[in-house]
Design a protein around this ligand. Sequence first.
Ligand code: ADP
Ligand code: MG
Length: 442
Amino acid sequence: MTPLSAQEKEKILSYLESRLDPKVYDAWCRSLELETAGANSVRVPTANAFHRDWIEKLLRKPLEDAFLDVFGREVEVVFQVGDAQPVAPPPPAQSRPKTHATAAALKPEYTFSNFVEGPSNRMAYAASVAVSESPAGLYNPLLIHGGVGLGKTHLLQAICHAILARKPDASVHYLSCEAFVNAYISSLHRGNTEAFRSRYRNADVLVIDDIHFLSAKEGSQEEFFHTFNALHLAGRQIVLSSDQPAEAIPSLKEHLLSRFKSGFDAPLLPPTYEMRLAILQRKAAARGWDIPDDVLGHIASSVQTNIRELEGALTKVMGFASLSKRRPDLELANEVIQGTSPSRSRSVTISDVQQAVAKYFNKRVSELQSRRWTKSTSMARQVCIYLCHRLTGASLQELGANFGGRDHSTIIYAIRKVKAAVAGGGKLQSDIDNITRILGLH
Ligand code: ADP
Ligand code: MG
């Protein structure tokens, strides 16, 4: 058994220093001893069983990575109770690494590299990458909002993966809002809310998925408010997702809303055709499926508003092909998709359009219908009237009745105004395209 040369050890230590939290590095690595034990094994002597367990938990993976990355050697690291001096006092309970629990809760495939970027998610994607590169920087809290199956959970978990890859011992907590609420309630029942609090309030990064679940849960909102403040004050990163913009979450207390709005929020919109095709191609390649491009194109143009359903349609086509021992061709794809999505031929109603427009412009449907005038509401209302006219086939009278009893000349005025604005160029056309896509009509 020979100690590593000073030079080799220096390389390993500087690798560890670049990956680990400085506190962990200072406490556990400065006096680390490393010995080679045969070609593929490295021995780490430790003072006693307690230290051995700690060091092993903290350093096994980083050390294995270090030998692989620095020397290209795949080694087994053996932690042994030997004659080493104690390297550090026992760490306080709160700095125990949560890495294992968090990593286990994450889906391994929800990474940035498996995420297809495009016009509908560019901002959310860029902000997520920025947060993972420098947590608690510019985007804090980061709130990603968007409809079902558009990639919220995928992005949130990708942030966790990326932070943990960089700093394996970071205390990263990912949990659904429902899990947060349940844990809070059970801590109330068991009378140990203190433990609950310190668990989340000591996180480096707290990621809560689907915070709209807090809607109308006052106690949990209050608890979350305090958790939020504690973390924010301590300069920790908070990442949230929601199925709609924060201000549209029903029954959310004003002070919590203002916290959610204090950072950066980015929407996830339904993907464009090109993105849908790219997602299908990637999925097929990952599973080793050989599918003609026209079939993928057909699926991409049939399933438009939910990426989970898009992937589901692909799986169904392949499942059906294999069951019926047929090739996955256009004909087969047609049979499968027609059989499963009757919603394609469904026509759009005034209420569908009102809801989509309200969501898009962060308004309430009642604001669109009301007669109240503010500049932004009035613009959203006019776009809404224009789209209802174009998409639903409703008469001017019907439209008037659905927008606070306006007469038909007001309806005509709104439609003309939007037409003129679109003809004059500017941002409105892309808003209209986005809303049509949200409605699944693009
Ligand atoms: P949400 O949480 O918004 O309901 P998910 O994150 O669960 O949606 O995404 C649903 C499915 O779609 C997942 O399998 C996810 O991997 C996939 N997905 C979503 N967006 C993308 C994307 N941009 N690129 C690749 N896959 C995506
Ligand atoms: Mg989700």
